[in-house]
Design a protein around this ligand. Structure first.
Ligand code: HDL
Ligand code: ZN
Length: 419
């Protein structure tokens, strides 16, 4: 790597573009799984086309009964979505254009628009081959999964010891029900042999802490994660605050792992859309402020779903070094929002944040979610280096590589204390 300063503006842009597209990434929040998890690992044309983002976009063009759609086979659903979003109308949305990006990067003849050709090409590949190919094409070095001990398909993989087979995949322990559906969580915990009751007794707290500790150890979980509705308030005289203060924070402190809160979802605003029926809502950044101030020794990974919360959250990150903001989450993972958020995050925090995660559910999505984001992050960064250049401060290629490596990889591992 050259330590020479880069003489021209054109060279700066070219160098940033090259490094932004090639710097290895740790994708620190996904819904992907290592091949050992079997059917939980989704990949291929029909899974890509039935991504819940595309399902909700398709229904905007159809009077079809929801139940009729859900009664179709996966292939029939994919054909229905393909016709509506790609043939009858141009695929210009982020998720639809992303599918086209995937086809192109996999080397398919995009102009043929022949879905069965694409299906047949992938049918010749094994899941292991596809995982290797996609990670190489997308430049992904490490993937953090979202792992739920209450999932009856996933749990046996961990209990058999196969969960940590593939060194490229890491676990995050996700237990939304403990915070958002305690009555259901009590039943699940009791089924797993933990002596808990709905009443918030000392025994129940201790047993819930034991559950979290045991599963963090079993998974070697990098962080504890929950998603919270926008009406999350903290502190509050409610179950959530008690669960956070008396169970989750003590366990995260004992295990020295961050607590990740993803705040701002309003679940099932249209239940007929199932997973596609969730909505975003304005949230209260002061809840994050109160957590960071109350627990200065606890690391918090935070992302919020409403655009309106983003600037305030970024300013808050200037006040608390135990707050690491990450990603352009869900409805913010669109090019205009990635550009807007990355620009003011860099202007307020420099490179001391995690600009993106993919949130992928289907493996090949890594290709488009990261290609689109890398380009934008590179463009924003190049403009900042060019501004410095005009002032006589010219960065070296090594410094550009360092800055991108920080944002796409090392900031996460450093925050975990595993750098
Ligand atoms: O709660 C979450 O982790 C969200 O990312 C949801 O899974 C959401 O359905 C999603 O897939 N967003 O990209
Ligand atoms: Zn997610």
């Amino acid at each position: 790597m050259s330590t020479q300063t880069i003489a021209s503006l054109a060279d700066i842009k070219a160098t940033v573009d090259r490094l932004a597209m090639s710097t290895p990434v740790t994708d620190m929040h996904t819904h992907l799984y290592a091949p050992e998890f079997g059917e939980l690992l989704l990949w291929g044309i029909d899974e890509l086309l039935t991504y819940h983002y595309l399902i909700s976009e398709s229904f905007r063009w159809s009077e079809e009964e929801y139940s009729q759609f859900w009664s179709m086979t996966k292939r029939e659903q994919a054909d229905w979505i393909w016709k509506l979003l790609f043939i009858d109308h141009s695929p210009v949305s982020e998720a639809a254009s992303g599918f086209i990006t995937i086809l192109k990067r996999l080397g398919f003849d995009v102009s043929s628009r022949n879905l069965d050709d694409y299906r047949q090409a992938l049918a010749k590949r094994t899941v292991e081959q596809q995982v290797d190919t996609v990670m190489q094409l997308a430049g992904i070095e490490k993937i953090v999964m979202t792992n739920d001990p209450f999932d009856p398909v996933e749990r046996p993989v961990w209990l058999s010891g196969k969960g940590k087979t593939d060194a490229r995949f890491y676990a995050a322990l996700r237990v939304d029900a403990l915070l958002n559906d305690w009555d259901h969580a009590v039943k699940e915990l009791q089924n797993l042999g933990y002596d808990v009751q709905a009443e918030w007794s000392e025994r129940t707290k201790a047993e819930t802490r034991r559950f979290l500790s045991e599963w963090i150890t079993r998974m070697d979980a990098l962080y504890l994660a929950v998603s919270m509705p926008g009406d999350f308030e903290y502190p509050a005289d409610d179950h959530r605050s008690k669960m956070i203060d008396e169970v989750m924070i003590p366990v995260c402190q004992a295990k020295s792992i961050p607590f990740a809160l993803m705040i701002g979802v309003r679940r099932r605003v249209n239940p007929s859309l199932r997973l596609a029926g969730d909505m975003s809502m304005l949230s209260d950044v002061s809840a994050v402020e109160a957590l960071c101030r109350r627990y200065p020794e606890q690391k918090f990974l935070i992302t919020m779903l409403a655009r309106e919360n983003q600037h305030e959250l970024t300013v808050l990150a200037r006040k608390f070094r135990n707050l690491m903001i990450f990603g352009c989450w869900w409805f913010l993972h669109i090019e205009s929002m990635v550009e807007e958020m990355t620009r003011f995050r860099i202007e307020l925090l420099g490179t001391s944040m995690i600009p993106q995660h993919s949130d992928c559910r289907v493996f090949e999505q890594l290709i488009y979610k990261w290609e689109h984001s890398r380009k934008i992050i590179g463009n924003v960064l190049a403009a900042k280096y060019e501004k410095l250049h005009h002032s006589g401060w010219t960065v070296t290629e090594e410094e550009i590589k360092r800055d991108l490596d920080d944002m796409l990889n090392r900031n996460f591992w450093r925050f975990l204390g595993k750098e």
